[in-house]
Ligand binder design. Sequence first.
Ligand code: GAL
Length: 718
Amino acid sequence: MRRQCNLNFGWQYSPEESGDRWEDISLPHTNREIPSGYFDDGICSFVSRYRRTLYLDKQEGKVYRLCFEGISSYAKLYVNGRYVCEHKCAYTDFYADITNFVKNGENEILVIVDSTERADIPPFGGVVDYLCYGGIYRDAWLIVTDCVYIQNVYCYSVSPVRERDLTVEIALAGGNAEVKVILLDGDHKIATAGSQSKDGRARTRFLRLPVELWSVSSPKRYTVRVYAGEDEYTLFYGFREAKFTAEGFYLNGERLFLMGLNRHQSFPYVGYAMPRNAQIEDADILKYTLGVNIVRTSHYPQSRHFLDRCDEIGLLVFEEIPGWNHIGDDAWKEQTLKNLYDMIIRDRNRPSVVLWGVRINESEDDHDFYTRTNALAHSIDSRQTAGVRWKPHSEFLEDVFAINDFVPLYEEPPLRDPHLETGLDCDVPYLVTEYMGHMFPTKITDNEERLARHALRHAEVQNLARSNRKISGAIGWCAFDYHTHRHFGTNDKICYHGVMDIYRNPKYAAFVYASQRSVKEGLVFEPATIWAFGERDIGGVVPLYIYTNVEEVVLEIAGRESMTYYPAKDKFPHLPHPPVIIDKMPETWGCTWQDGTLIGKIGGKEVVRREYSSNPLPDRLELTCATKKAAKGDSVRFTVRALDHKGNVMKYFDEIVSIRVNGGRLVGRSEIALQGGMYTFWVIADGNGAVSATAEGARLKAGRAEIGLSEYESHYSL
Ligand code: GAL
């Protein structure tokens, strides 16, 4: 039997290469917490050590392996004082066979972690527009198996829509075994087959299975359980056909426009080191809050928890290799090929992943190198490949032409013509993988006019992309603001490129995406205003964009009905839900500023209303908890918002708020200033009961928010 033990707890950490300074920590861990802004961009760039005692009841004939899911960016492993092996990538699994190094009883594990930006490890060698932090920042495991064990399992369907077929390829380590594969729908067995492996390989094929397809609206997954000798391995599989064509993207034979955002996996204070819940919640934010159907894991393989959730909820993924603009020497390229291999082997069973990014983001052409990355990807998986470029006419070696189409705001149209970008005289599968970003950095604290312009451009790009069937989709830059190096971002070293801030709180642009869903999936009604006369240049709140999926909007001023407005189909004919635009209002300089009410209607009936006071006054701090369950070591996310007496966020409320927590450790500071009237914080549960928080300001108090704890469950994939 396979035994898999979580090793997140019981570590000691030393921020030094040598010496006796150790502190007790648990994983995920960042080698150094960083301030919320104005940090040194080399703050995490040093060598540190992690150690842990491992008690084993060592048995003959067993194999003992360690797996570290993410160490940034280089690790050397020692067991009982002896060097075992190294790993050179911040984003791929580090497996180490420690069988010959461990003994019965107490063993000492030591990991030396080099988080300096080493030019031999992608993405480093040039400049990089993001921080890679440091430390053992994902989960760690001990895996105990017999000598013959399942090394990896590969599931694929050649014709999922027509044949409902499934092939399962199993690679064994340590010899041969009887192999059995069972396909289950929950607990219900659907099919089973057995074979004897040869040369450490076995293959099973099922045809015409009674299964449903996996899709974004119905992400049905089945369980594949593989037995080989004494070993057992389980994964989830979804039957689906994903295809980029010159006429757009098709999922299970149906055209689907891909509306997406890029995601960096960074968080305030701890960078990458956020546990499972935070990863799951990011996928949920993308799918349910922002309403996108695809995410690009820019620019590296991301957390298994994040991707598991994408599979589970039906969020498509474009996953790419680590890298940013720079291509290094031959050894660097070999490392990239290894990263690509590790990424695909880890994630090729995922229904959510529809595209492999096999080119270093925005790098120059390199014919031989990219011929090799494409060939490698195709040799281990049948998915299509893409190479994200910024340069028009660059060599097209992949299956999908992917381009970062950054058009400045003073240029129209907001996207370039695919033919001009490809330089080819025929149509090819085409995907826009970035737009906006540094063309118009926007903070959640910026004034209304800028935030509204930011949102509008996102809407303009999405509208234009949908107008052209040759464009498979458009993935904006980006979901969340992120920490960066001095060569990018503002002088606090943050790139304010997100449609949400780094705390995952929305700017108006977030609602451009959110409002494209049907009302059945959730009513959205978000006027891009704080309703103040003197916020914008010259004054007033027009043009006022309301991002919504209602059918009409009534504006009342001072309680009197004034006008009805409709979605701007003329300006945004291709958006499922164009914004409602109010472009005239009677207010002028020196007149009295009045209360306003916006009423959303469907079928002539009021479904939502937003009231604005001309004299907003602080009313309360609202504290909510987005997390439903957490186990020891997992995160719980709370958001505090300063509201006026009409329930609107007071964007410029800058009083200090004190946060107190119980049942866990607060990530970041306990005395904070709200940003844009909001602040989100995470608590790492200590596993001793409920996690709760309070937030309190000098003028405002908030209630307590609390959640319970549950067992730590984990699904593990090789
Ligand atoms: C792109 C790059 C992204 C990010 C973005 C900012 O060129 O691929 O990583 O830097 O610019 O707009």
